[in-house]
Design a binder for this molecule. Structure first.
Ligand code: NAD
Ligand code: MG
Length: 471
């Protein structure tokens, strides 16, 4: 039996979209050297024109952050903490507005922006606000570095902003942040919250623009620290640009996580975890469980259940409260997902998607699973960054570990089994920054997050997350 739902769209009326947005420098919105457009990926409608920062704009922003550092960096922690608590409360008060804007600009389902992104964003500011006056007990040093240049991607626009800005401000640094070019709007709304919170001018600066703006920021001689989240390719370029300079660097890059299901795992729960692992946020998740490793003896049963569950996923309007899978963030990302999926088929893997009708406008890709995948296949090795799951099988725990670790990445992994001893044995052997057991994609501001190998270095979140911003 198929259940139908009446559409339940969230109103976009709560968002006062402007035709154009400026850069946020020294507490004020200003023009930049150029402009670009940001679209709603669900229907390709242009949402707004946004200022693009050139090298001289980045220069102004860094200068403003440097001036602000004089007083912000020496302000008592308990005073800085008050601003962070105020920002956290304002984010909670305006959560619905932020969630709708995030779904409009990014394409993610409102259910996720409302119930996951925004609560985590506020939690992150509350968490680091709490550290501001307790830094000398954290055991990581307590002197701020100065000005941080931060560059973030489009998959969790506001959440990545929170991961970058909250620990930087709590420790007394000032920041210049560049959002991704396809999702600049919630960062600019956040700039309004900074004004509302009376944050001193220059403590937070937002420079919008594309890769060139990012390059001007990370190579600017006036910054003391670079924090980057995004692709491994750009991460490498940034590491080269920063090498030999006194700048500190943290990189949070791609991933190709194994989600490992043993024969004693409760199948229904494991299937929920597999679905959450790869279809959450359209699979635009660096720690996505994109490689399912399932024990051979239960592979048929798990796959049958998985296909049944995938058939109930609702793909469509991100603002509809019933939607499970929203739009792919950009035409560029969509073509990358299509290309890698076609290669998967050409390499001999078997492709399956549930029957689902996709909207005619916008960027869409159906939830997809590949079976008969071997370790050498490109879909098993490369990050697709879309709703595409590769399935491999294993017989023994040792084989599972070997296959799981057979990747240049090392960000996360999942284990599904009843045996606690096996969880501990596996977790010890998996080369991944985060290992989840009988759950997946759990995030908490108190818990550090970060990678091994090509997934980058440094940790964000928790007490560890302070370390990157103090000496
Ligand atoms: P990207 O690395 O190109 O962009 C990330 C950010 O870096 C953006 O703000 C971008 O404008 C900026 N940037 C681009 N070139 C730069 C440069 N030379 N110097 C400084 N900043 C620069 O990533 P993308 O285009 O958003 O996505 C491409 C791939 O990256 C995805 O398909 C996925 O594999 C990966 N990705 C990973 C994450 C993650 O969270 N680890 C997030 C998004 C994308
Ligand atoms: Mg957009």
């Amino acid at each position: 039996m198929v259940f139908e739902y009446a559409p339940a769209p969230e109103s976009r009326g709560i968002v006062a979209l402007r035709d154009s947005y400026g850069l946020f420098i020294d507490g004020e919105f200003t023009d930049g050297g150029g402009v670009f457009k940001t679209v709603n990926p669900a229907d390709e409608e242009v949402l707004a024109e946004v200022a693009s920062a050139d090298a001289s704009d980045v220069d102004r922003a860094v200068a403003a952050a440097r001036r602000a550092f004089d007083s912000w960096g020496s302000m008592p922690g308990r005073e800085r903490g008050k601003y962070l608590f105020r920002i956290a409360r304002l984010l909670q008060e305006r959560a619905r507005e932020f969630a709708v804007l995030e779904s409009l600009d990014n394409g993610k389902p409102i259910r996720e922006s409302r119930d996951i992104d925004l609560p985590l964003v506020a939690a992150h500011f509350f968490y680091y606000a709490g550290w501001a006056d307790k830094l000398r007990y954290a055991g990581v040093g307590s002197a701020p570095l100065g000005v941080a240049g931060q560059v973030i991607p489009w998959n969790f626009p506001l959440l990545m902003l929170a991961w970058k800005i909250a620990p930087a401000l709590a420790t007394g640094n000032t920041v210049v942040l560049k959002p991704a070019e396809t999702t600049p709007l919630t960062a600019l709304l956040f700039a309004e919250v900074c004004q509302q919170a009376d944050l001193p001018p220059g403590v937070v600066n937002i420079v919008t623009g594309a890769g060139e703006t990012g390059r001007a920021l990370v190579s600017h001689p006036g910054i003391n620290k670079v924090a980057f989240t995004g692709s491994t390719e750009v991460g490498r370029e940034i590491a080269r640009a920063v090498a030999g300079s006194p700048k500190r660097l943290t990189l949070e890059l791609g991933g190709k996580a194994a989600n490992i299901v043993f024969d004693d795992a409760p199948v229904d729960q494991a299937v929920e975890g597999i679905v959450d692992g790869i279809f959450f946020n359209q699979g635009h998740v660096c720690c996505a469980g994109s490689r399912l490793l399932v024990q051979e003896s239960v592979a048929d049963e798990v796959l049958e259940s998985l296909r049944r569950r995938m058939s109930t996923l609702r793909v469509g309007d991100p603002l509809d409260k019933n939607t499970d899978v929203g739009a792919i963030n950009s035409a560029e990302q969509l073509s990358k997902i299509r290309e890698l999926s076609d290669i998967g088929e050409a390499e001999g893997a078997e492709r399956w998607s549930p029957p689902c009708s996709l909207p005619s406008q916008g960027y869409w890709f159906p939830p997809t699973v590949f079976t008969g995948v071997s370790q050498a296949h490109r879909i098993a090795r490369e990050e697709v960054f879309g709703p595409v799951l590769s399935v491999l099988t294993f017989r023994t725990p040792a084989e599972a570990v070997e296959k799981a670790n057979n990747t240049p990445y090392g960000l996360s992994a999942g284990i599904w089994t009843e045996k606690g001893s096996r969880i501990l044995w596996m977790a010890d052997k998996l080369r991944a920054g985060v290992v989840w057991a009988n759950t997946f994609n759990q995030f908490d501001p108190a818990s550090p997050f970060g990678g091994y190998k090509e997934s980058g270095y440094g940790r964000e979140g928790g007490r560890h997350g302070l370390e990157a911003y103090v000496k």
